[in-house]
Design a protein. Structure first.
Length: 121
């Protein structure tokens, strides 16, 4: 089990490095990350981008003993280091909200339970 977990984590981190390498070549993202002063709109774009990386990392995770082992924190960590605290908090809110809404006890599953109950299942 732990060998499989290790291989999965190495794959996930390698996948994130590949995405980061490809995205860093996009001129718009490169300009956003290298400018010293960026606007509020740029902060939002970066927060959404890194938040989506965090969400993607959640889906590439692996279930172990009822928990999801993933690399979701790497997107948030990178957002904070590259874009500052505002971008990091925005990415953390996106990743955390996704995990809460679609997680084990989130609203999504509660809504599905309600629909199944109402449907007579």
């Amino acid at each position: 089990m732990y060998d499989n977990l290790f291989v999965s984590m190495v794959f996930n981190i390698g996948f994130l490095v590949l995405i980061a390498n490809l995205v860093s070549r996009v001129p718009t993202i490169k300009a956003l990350l290298t400018e010293h002063t960026i606007s509020l709109g740029d902060h939002v774009i970066l927060a959404v981008f890194f938040g989506l990386i965090s969400v993607l990392s959640t889906y590439t995770g692996m279930g172990v003993n009822g928990a999801i082992v993933n690399t979701r924190v790497i997107g948030v960590l990178t957002a904070g280091l590259m874009g500052g605290p505002v971008v990091g908090m925005g990415a953390a809110l996106i990743g955390g909200a996704h995990r809460w809404l679609f997680g084990h006890r989130g609203l999504y599953r509660a809504g599905l339970r309600l629909l199944h109950t109402a449907g007579g299942r």
